[in-house]
Design a protein around this ligand. Structure first.
Ligand SMILES: NC(=O)c1ccc[n+]([C@@H]2O[C@H](COP(=O)([O-])OP(=O)(O)OC[C@H]3O[C@@H](n4cnc5c(N)ncnc54)[C@H](OP(=O)(O)O)[C@@H]3O)[C@@H](O)[C@H]2O)c1
Length: 282
């Protein structure tokens, strides 16, 4: 099973996303069971945000993690940009801590950049670390120029991760952002690693190369997509699933190793960018 180290803690490289969970009461039990199946299969990271269902996802996470040892989990939450200020951040954080039923987050992310000056957010994040409400902080949807601005600030280099969109069909960050992050030993948290189940285009789901490689490994194409995001070190992927079976398959996907021929086939089919791309976001 592949691993990634964030803030000095080594974790299984597949975690659990929670966007859009908790929205439908009829699906709640399945969504809880899916998170629990992922944790039982070995996942330790659960990623949520105050934005998701306006706290509904956080409250579902609370119920899902209740049977587990909190100390073994690595909980990530995110603050909305408009709340990432000296005045509002702690209030958001306290509300999220209460929703999730914990007294600290392992990692607290700025969900994306807004109008609050970065220095104000960094300074407030540092205060929250000192108070013990978060163990570390990071950012999301940051491109190279955002990181450079961040690193130039006092304590800006205390940022321990950047969460960005990354999957076989969205390789833009490989041109410059990923190399810059690797040079700074900043882990990537890959969001939407399954291209949201390929629900929009279906392009990946019907791809012959993906299907062949999946068959080679007696795996599903989603496991191949997920394993591909983890083919190089320093990446944590956080697929979301409301199905216990999918959640288990996702954790198991981190053991899938590609041959060099398979990696070449995938690279030929889903080419790496050859120029700077605007940062893709969802
Ligand atoms: N920081 C940000 O701005 C940001 C933005 C987007 C997402 N995120 C985070 O990243 C997480 C993941 O991204 P996402 O939810 O957008 O999309 P995703 O994880 O790429 O895809 C989720 C979709 O894939 C399906 N799926 C999951 N596992 C599967 C499997 N093994 N086989 C077949 N289908 C499978 C799910 O359906 P089932 O439920 O039926 O399994 C769901 O429809 C989010 O939940 C959130 O925590 C962060």
């Amino acid at each position: 099973m592949k691993e990634v180290t964030i803030n000095g803690i080594t974790l299984p490289a597949v975690g659990i996303g929670t966007w859009n969970v908790g929205d439908h009461p009829s699906q709640r039990q399945d969504e809880i069971a899916a998170i629990q199946a992922g944790i039982n299969a070995g996942a330790r990271v659960v990623d949520t945000a105050e934005m998701y269902g306006n706290g509904r996802a956080e409250r579902l996470v609370k119920d899902a993690i209740a049977p587990f040892d909190r100390g073994n989990l690595f909980l990530i939450d995110k603050v909305l940009p408009q709340n990432a200020s000296a005045r509002l951040l702690e209030r958001s954080l306290d509300r999220s801590l209460q929703n999730v039923g914990t007294d600290y987050f392992d990692l607290y992310l700025l969900h994306w950049r807004g109008t609050v000056p970065l220095l104000e957010t960094v300074t407030t994040m540092e205060e929250m670390v000192k108070k013990g409400k978060i163990r570390s902080w990071g950012v999301s949807n940051f491109d190279v120029s955002d990181l450079q601005e961040l690193w130039a600030l006092p304590n800006g280099d205390h940022c321990v991760a950047n969460q960005d969109l990354y999957n076989l069909d969205e390789r833009g960050i490989e041109f410059d952002l990923l190399p810059v992050m690797r040079a700074h030993r900043l882990p990537l948290i890959a969001y939407s690693p399954l291209a949201q189940g390929d629900s929009i285009s279906g392009k990946l789901a019907t791809n012959k190369v993906l299907q062949e490689i999946a068959a080679n490994h007696q795996a599903t194409i989603y496991q191949v997509m997920l394993a591909w995001t983890l083919r190089e070190p320093g990446v944590l992927a956080i697929p979301k699933s409301g199905s216990a079976q999918h959640a288990q398959l996702n954790v198991q996907a981190s053991s899938l190793e590609f041959t060099s021929d398979e990696l070449k086939q995938l690279a030929d089919t889903f080419p790496k960018p050859t120029s700077k791309q605007p940062l893709a976001v969802i």
